[in-house]
Design a protein around this ligand. Structure first.
Ligand code: CAA
Length: 258
């Protein structure tokens, strides 16, 4: 939408693309920008022609964290009343797959945004980190929670307590990113993956994403129940009938997304 001032959105067939666009400040996340990112995600999520969302940064960084200028003079009560991180919760409700294509600095709030993506691809020159500790604060938009669930307590403690920056190679080894590729091709690789996912039946994508989120949030038994219900639900879809029929008839399936 043209009403955005801090991000760019575009579509490429059935892929929606969001680009953080404050390159002069390394895509520092101010309140307006986070609001716009969430609105753009919601618009693509509601758009029946969009199947997958790709998130990336313009310029030399994905995002160098929250806007320090905007935060530095706030007090606790102002922050409590402003409650600026609550908007991040809406990302949890996005049903379509979000592929993050990150490069350059992926720091602080920028790293937290990357951790909201369902799949992360990184350029091999990316630098990750949670520098908040060195500013006398700490992550506030999910960093201590999401990173710990992703890479375990000990690795998360080391990175969060030290604030040290680490390479794409380390991010790959820790399982934070699924691949680290040359900078020139990271967006194209993300698009390639997006196009692959876009060919899949979208209700399956939706139910799988929801079930994986449950695996992170719930005890195993509850997660198993939720998975099973989603499995049963897909048998009301036309795509399930089509997918299995096509298999039996040894032809390519023609999925309709319903
Ligand atoms: N907030 C505000 N401005 C920032 C910023 C930030 N997080 N990061 C970079 N900028 C600004 C710089 O001040 C600079 O502006 P000027 O040209 O007006 O000086 C511009 O962006 C370019 O940055 P640099 O000149 O510093 O570029 P560099 O290549 O020398 O260094 C960097 C890049 C290592 C990322 C360095 O900018 C840096 O350390 N930035 C701060 C990173 C940080 O601490 N992020 C965490 C923020 S707190 C947070 O995110 C809380 C949370 O959980 C939500």
């Amino acid at each position: 939408s043209s009403s955005f001032s801090t991000i760019l959105t575009e579509t490429s067939e059935d892929i929606g693309m969001i680009s953080l666009n404050r390159p002069e400040v390394l895509n520092t996340l101010n309140i307006r920008m986070v609001e716009e990112i969430v609105q753009a995600l919601e618009q693509f999520d509601q758009d029946p022609f969009i199947k997958v969302i790709v998130l990336k940064g313009q310029g030399r960084a994905f995002a160098a964290g929250a806007d320090i200028d905007e935060m530095m003079n706030k007090n606790s009560i102002e922050l409590e009343l402003l409650n600026q991180f609550t908007v991040w919760d809406r990302i949890t409700w996005i049903k379509k797959p979000i592929i993050g294509a990150v490069h350059g600095y992926v720091l602080g709030g920028g790293f937290e945004l990357a951790l909201c993506c369902d799949i992360l691809l990184s350029s091999d020159d990316a630098e990750f980190g949670f520098p908040e500790v060195s500013l006398g604060i700490m992550p506030g938009a999910g960093g201590t929670q999401r990173l710990t669930k992703l890479i375990g307590r000990s690795n998360a403690m080391k990175l969060l307590l030290s604030g040290e920056r680490f390479s794409a190679k380390t991010a790959k080894e820790l399982g934070i990113v699924s691949a680290a590729v040359p900078n020139e091709i990271v967006v194209e690789e993300a698009m390639k993956l997006a196009r692959l996912l876009a060919q899949k039946p979208s209700l399956s994508l939706r139910m799988i994403k929801e079930s994986v989120h449950k695996a992170v949030d719930l005890p195993l038994f509850e997660g198993m129940q939720a998975e099973r219900k989603n499995f049963y639900l897909l048998f009301s879809s036309e795509d399930q009938k089509e997918g299995m029929r096509a298999f039996k008839e040894k032809r390519a399936p023609d999925f309709k997304g319903k």
